[in-house]
Design a protein around this ligand. Sequence first.
Ligand code: NAD
Length: 501
Amino acid sequence: MDNRFQVQDRFAAGAQYIGGQLRSGTSGRTHDVVNPATGETVYTYELASPADVDAAVAAARAAFPGWSGSTPGERSDALHRFAAVLAERAEEFAYAESLQCGKPVKLSTEFDVPGTVDNAAFFAGAARHLQGQSAGEYSGDHTSYVRREAIGVVGSIAPWNYPLQMAAWKILPAIAAGNTIVLKPAEITPLTSLLFAQAATEAGIPDGVVNIVTGSGKEAGEHLVAHPDVVMTSFTGSTAVGKRVAEIATATVKRIHLELGGKAPFVVFDDADLEAAVHGAVAGSLINTGQDCTAATRAYVQRPLYDAFVSGVAELMESVRVGDPFAPGTDLGPLISHTHRDRVAAMVERARAYATIVTGGKAPGNDGAYYLPTLITDAAQDSEIVQSEIFGPVLVVLPFDSDDEGIELANDTPYGLAASAWTSNVFRANRATREIKAGCVWVNDHIPILSEMPHGGYKASGFGKDMSVYSFEEYTQVKHVMYDNTAVARKDWHRTIFGDR
Ligand code: NAD
């Protein structure tokens, strides 16, 4: 990594990016960004106050007429340049992401950063394909058509698990459609959102189109959601906070897009390729140290494969190299913080009373927020470890007998973000994809995402879509325009008002 930088110097001006400038927050309260692999503070900054949120919204509002009035081609050009700047800065982004999250650099280099560059390139193209679907003479006497328009200033709130990708998923469709945006990243991971906004400016995206306010959820977040000049709230985070955000947004009649928690099932039928399922389960549950809303968390395995699956997963989990995120061979980094690690550990400790910990179930005992890959069996379907989001490197495996039971268990949590089915039988696969209630169902894989395809939840995992052209449904509004073609002063339908005169 050649592009390491001293974070405190790089963001000396502060962690707020408003109107194309970095500046300090004015809340009077500071926050430390901590490297979870070591516990060291890498950056201290002043959090945003409500006044900083107001300034960012004002900058976004001022930029809206110019940006929404630009042609799709102009916005597309700017986004192509943006993708190029992001690609040039790939190492810097990967370094900053690994530093603030503890992500193995392998993951940030091969997944987070290229995914973000690809997203920017995708939305550069998609910006030219904003469509209204109808145009014609539906009444006979009028011509109607649909205009698809930008909606205004979007207020977005993002979590800490994939800070760069979450910033990209929120910002890119919003600005491709001609909106301007204020994004609040999680206060523990602001670095790559700030770099992302700076890269937008460098690519020639006008000042005020992309603004970042780094503040607490309660203060800056709630102020942004309630702000009267913000027309839409797009939130990614936990279901509990999403409910609070929805309440506030509803009170001000805002459009809402919620990407919430997940508890993805991983259903292995008895004709599955066992080796593929074992590898898929370990990779799918441990990606990003399990801090992935679509991570495999509950594997349901049909009885004939159950024992072999459990021993295969345990063996592979034990071979995973846990350690320094910057060492090229590291597979699994720490959790995001010591507090979160302790939360994951406490859930596993509670499960110890009613389930079997096959492997893991402890921290390796160094200074970082590490937790070993953990496999749990013998838990009841209604237990906490099966029903609640853990957001750590923990997989629970349960057996099932009939196909009906496997699908029923897969659907038996409040969540519905993602799922996978493992089988070599096309009828079983097709049934699982139809009947599992989730925004994405993979067959014989678990995790891959694409810029072209929508990402979003069913049930308590929220509503609305990130990525793909479907995201434009959130970030645009359609307007019916209707022209009279008769040039007649007394229209036929006036009879309903004037009688037969
Ligand atoms: P979180 O809900 O604690 O916080 C998310 C964001 O909301 C942060 O920026 C936080 O500062 C802000 N926030 C907190 N309280 C707020 C309030 N009262 N008003 C406004 N904003 C507030 O979530 P987290 O711990 O940062 O992230 C993990 C969660 O995110 C998990 O539940 C995970 O499943 C979910 N997630 C979902 C998706 C998805 O696409 N569905 C993607 C990634 C993460």
